[in-house]
Unconditional design. Structure first.
Length: 119
């Protein structure tokens, strides 16, 4: 099991993590620290617990926005997939119709050719 030292609001914490996850945990801690530092500059040092709570809520809000955007993009993909399937069906229908027209034209040409040969 890995161990990482991180710093939040100028305080060091040791955090256990899975092997190989140390870099990711450091990135997460840095993200949290940026929020805590920004909040501390805005509202002052109101205590670690309160700063961490407010930072956690801000990060939860970011996550909520990201999940909402993801949901909208998934819906858009679903709509586009349906539109694509519909367009493919219309293309198949047009190709079938064109094939019928070409078959009819070919039969007429063959009939004309037979009449000309017979004449």
């Amino acid at each position: 099991m890995g161990q990482v030292k991180v710093s939040i609001n100028d305080r060091s914490y040791s955090v256990a993590c899975g092997d190989g996850e140390e870099g990711h945990v450091r990135e997460l801690a840095a993200h949290l620290n940026r929020h805590v530092t920004s909040l501390a500059q805005e509202v002052g040092q109101v205590g670690d617990a309160r700063l961490l709570l407010m930072a956690g809520l801000l990060i939860a809000d970011e996550l909520s926005d990201a999940l909402q955007k993801t949901k909208l993009l998934e819906q858009e993909i679903e709509t586009m997939s349906g539109t694509r399937a519909s367009a493919q069906e219309r293309t198949r229908e047009a190709e079938d119709s064109l094939a019928e027209v070409l078959d009819t034209a070919a039969r007429r040409i063959e009939d004309l050719a037979k009449r000309i040969e017979a004449a």
